[in-house]
Unconditional design. Structure first.
Length: 297
């Protein structure tokens, strides 16, 4: 029975790699920082279907998908997924309580967003937020209106490209400076008029994820300078894991593996003496990183 990788999930405050076997359900494996990882892609990359409310619906066509795309879904499953998506504003009747947050990724790189309260800080870990704080909580549409208010008034986006996040991750200021920038923006947000009455304000309590992401292990190691550009059949990745942030695995030689590219593949142990053979792309310097929305590069 084949187990297909589903990428990184954050369980508590630790990354786990998800696996899906059709007819067998889901399981996870927990890599440890300092551990040697080695895997090779086998066969074809397959659509993982639709994941909703803790349950996966298999792709009805068992479709094969390209190795380079960041989504492990065929167009039909992606369309169905978005039809129930809060992010796509197609599920406005969601009765759950939501929270508005500020997330910090680097100097001047702050975004505002919303997440279901029941998920806790999982969304911040998934995005690779180094520091963050809550702003408020309430019904979905109240949090959405607050998100739009803050984006317009503070000039902060709701998305930041992963290229920019990776470019600065190894060159961040210390935790006090990170917290100051988040707290300053929280204060500016709190002073704005026009917050929905149904939204409960929340005080500034900055959380820092640097240790969770393993950044304390990066001293003296090469800065991240390469990212896997594509998984392909019989191509391998080999290295020692020193951290994880969002969907990214960081290796001690400076390679970054975006696990969204692993999703949909069967991954096996390569032969003895295997080395990294997947195509890679250079991570640009921070000043050169593009400003586009979240994507592979």
């Amino acid at each position: 029975m084949t187990w297909w990788c589903t990428g990184i999930r954050w369980k508590g405050s630790a990354p786990v790699i998800g696996w899906y076997g059709q007819g067998r359900g889901e399981r996870v494996s927990a890599p440890a920082y300092g551990q040697r990882l080695a895997f090779v892609a086998r066969g074809e990359r397959h659509c993982l279907g639709v994941w909703r409310a803790g349950k996966r619906t298999p792709c009805p066509a068992s479709a094969a998908i390209p190795g380079r795309g960041g989504s492990a879904q065929c167009p039909e499953c992606a369309r169905l997924d978005r039809s129930f998506s809060v992010a796509a504003d197609t599920n406005a009747a969601d009765p759950r309580t939501y929270r508005v947050y500020l997330a910090w990724f680097g100097p001047g790189m702050v975004k505002v967003g919303i997440t279901a309260e029941e998920r806790g800080p999982a969304r911040l870990l998934e995005q690779g937020a180094v520091s963050w704080t809550w702003l408020g909580r309430g019904p979905l549409m109240a949090t959405r209106r607050t998100e739009e208010l803050l984006r317009a008034a503070l000039g902060v986006p709701d998305r930041i490209a992963y290229t920019r996040k990776r470019a600065v991750r190894a060159h961040l200021p210390g935790a006090p400076e990170r917290a100051r920038e988040v707290a300053e923006l929280h204060g500016r947000a709190a002073a704005l008029a026009g917050w929905p009455e149904s939204l409960e304000r929340m005080g500034c309590e900055v959380t820092d994820h640097a240790k969770v992401f393993g950044m304390d292990l990066w001293q003296g190691l090469p800065a991240p300078d390469r990212v896997v550009a594509e998984m392909a059949a019989d191509r391998a990745v080999v290295g020692r894991l020193v951290g994880a942030a969002g969907p990214d695995l960081h290796f001690e030689d400076g390679l970054v593996v975006d696990t969204r590219l692993l999703a949909g593949w069967e991954l096996a142990t390569p032969g003895e003496g295997a080395v990294t053979s997947v195509p890679v792309a250079q991570i640009p310097a921070a000043a050169a990183a593009p400003m586009e929305q979240d994507g592979l590069f």
